[in-house]
Ligand binder design. Structure first.
Ligand code: C5P
Length: 227
């Protein structure tokens, strides 16, 4: 079977990246977490005074976009494929609640999306890629051979994310996590530029009651059905 492009979209904290990573490993494909790139731009905005007193200065950030260089570590360098922002490993910082609090607003900026979509297309141009995000099946790779739309109940998503964050030693409450993910979903589904939508040719995967292994099995089955 020729290497294909797999697009995984869906709501916040649905385990899209976990599934995409496992699928890419199994198929020996490239895994790309597009959300990490939006988080990288957000961290840049925080560190470069493009957010003052909680207000995002979109014009200032747009002017500075050329200064932002993002790259993922290769699997050989680091199996988790950490994100590097201007040469620095920022994997830990981009997962903070501060970044989570601004990222969806930053992701509404057209110029930010244009920059990131270009680079995502470049990374996936040879196929053999699993990319997860919000607009992968609709905008980045509308011709992807397999599109999955992942969803789960907000409470289950918040619980999973809360567990992940507290395991990393972060000081957050369940309530904070739930509010953040519902607010991100609200912004992501209602924005003008490339909103999160379920495209017609996407297969829905509601993983509320599924283990990561069951999800991987489901996705692999869909890949094999294409052969
Ligand atoms: O996937 P993750 O939750 O890390 O993404 C963080 C945020 O980046 C999302 O809430 C969304 O606002 C934005 N995003 C996006 N388009 C993508 C990936 C992420 O707008 N393809």
């Amino acid at each position: 079977m020729q290497p294909i492009t797999i697009a995984i979209d869906g709501y916040s904290s649905c385990g899209k990246s976990t599934l995409a990573r496992a699928l890419a490993k199994k198929l020996n494909y490239v895994f790309i977490d597009s959300g990490a790139m939006y988080r990288g731009v957000t961290l840049f905005a925080i560190e470069n005074e493009c957010i003052i007193n909680g207000i995002v200065d979109k014009e200032k950030l747009t002017q500075k976009l050329e200064q932002i260089q993002l790259r993922f570590a290769s699997v050989e360098e680091d199996e988790r494929k950490h994100l590097f922002l201007n040469g620095k490993d920022v994997e830990k910082q981009i997962r903070s609640m501060e970044v989570a609090g601004y990222v969806s607003e930053i992701a509404t900026i057209r110029e930010v999306r244009e920059k990131l979509v270009l680079s995502q297309r470049e990374m996936g141009k040879n196929g053999g890629v699993v990319m997860d995000g919000r607009d992968i099946g609709s905008v980045v790779f509308p011709d992807a051979e397999l599109k999955l739309f992942v969803t789960a109940s907000p409470e289950v998503r918040a619980e999973r994310r809360f567990k992940e964050l507290t395991e990393q030693g972060r000081n957050v409450t369940r309530e904070e996590v739930l509010v953040n993910l519902m607010e991100r979903d609200r912004i992501d589904t209602s924005r003008k530029e490339s909103p999160l939508i379920q495209v017609k040719d996407a297969i829905v995967l509601d993983n509320t009651n599924m283990t990561p292994e069951q999800q991987l099995e489901f996705a692999l089955q869909k890949v094999h059905e294409l052969a």
